[in-house]
Design a protein around this ligand. Sequence first.
Ligand SMILES: Nc1ncnc2c1ncn2[C@@H]1O[C@H](COP(=O)(O)OP(=O)(O)O)[C@@H](O)[C@H]1O
Ligand SMILES: O=C(OP(=O)(O)O)[C@H](O)COP(=O)(O)O
Length: 415
Amino acid sequence: MIKVSDLNIPTLDDVNASDKKVLLRIDINSPVDKKTGKLLDDSRIKAHAYTVRNLLERGNSIVILSHQGRPGDDDFISLQQHAELLSKYVGTNVEFIEDIIGPYAIEKIKKISRGEVYLLENVRLVSEELIEAPPVQQSKTFLVKKLSPYFDIYVNDAFAAAHRSQPSLVGFPLMLPSAAGKIMEKEVSALAKIFNPEDSPKIFVLGGGKVSDTLKIIEHLAKNRVSDRILTGGLVAELFAVAKGINLGKANMQVLESKGLLSLVPRARKLLLSGAPIEIPVDFLTEKQSGEIAEEPANSVNGVIKDIGTTTIEIYSSFIKEAKVITLRGPMGIIEDERFRNGTKSLLKSAFESPGYVIIGGGHMISMVEKGIEINENKVHISTGGGALLLFLAGDKLPALEALHLSWVSKSGKS
Ligand SMILES: Nc1ncnc2c1ncn2[C@@H]1O[C@H](COP(=O)(O)OP(=O)(O)O)[C@@H](O)[C@H]1O
Ligand SMILES: O=C(OP(=O)(O)O)[C@H](O)COP(=O)(O)O
């Protein structure tokens, strides 16, 4: 059992996860090369393989659910590549099933034997999965009603998606005995232990492209007074620059407009006026239509912003070096292009060299941690989560954890 504030989260031992038919939800959503459609990083796949191996050692058969990307985005692809990589890291064949709740998937699930592992297709192909709602409502979806009858237990290992109240994450725990997987258990236990509200100064380095999510997180961090300083990068920085009245130029305004982000400016401006400790870059690395790459001051940008500039790196690094806890999520630039990785790499280096404790999260951000560098586990926690990590650190209750708690209460009669 894991205790998280007033939630009791059952673990594999609490549901006797042995010799059972297990429905396992993991989060192997990974960065994708927009040009080739190939996965750019397999950190999450490698991490979740541990839970799959653990469940196999307990004599279970396993059917896995996960998502990749969001409909309409370039990274919304099939899980076929993921199954091949999972087979490699688990050390046994993970059969890819190109179906989710259709007759082919159901027939295969009915016949699965002990020791077999199936990975179903991208669960976000089921339209219900895109709707967030409370567990009771999600337990009545086609996805949950079609799959639940064929399993003994449900295991949620998807810490990185635990902030999503979607059917595959919160619907099954009311229908099946449920538990946290080994990655979920490890993340929640570690973060609850290392994140001491008393530690100060706490710095959050927040970048990336999930601006609406990150704005909500910053509102929570500011409201709960969890962060002493928030250093912004990526599209998040551009939103706050515009909110500060900085003219980023026509090209960048068009990027923000095309992503529907300008409607968030009033909320960002309100945060700035409230005195939230938010920093924005003083310079950017930009690319002109001619292809020329240049470093430009934030108040006279002509090219399309692709990364933060060196002066910003120096200023942010000086803040990082004074921090007791540094949490980084979301890259500073368009890291799919190696020309725009300097900002992210430089800040990661400053964090690793600082005396503070470092927490790193987010699929793209994790992919930037140099493969094979020596990570001092006493000083660095590499989370599989991004938004989920930040909301957990901001003190929010994650819907997937609440659903597991509800399942425990309803099935065990214990609170
Ligand atoms: N200045 C920028 N303009 C456009 N996209 C950006 C910029 N900086 C970062 N990005 C994009 O942000 C995406 C990663 O964002 P996000 O998913 O929030 O990060 P994480 O996966 O680490 O949580 C990458 O695809 C990257 O190309
Ligand atoms: O990659 C994820 O979140 P992250 O980008 O915050 O790390 C999770 O898989 C959640 O994906 P979503 O933000 O499309 O629901």
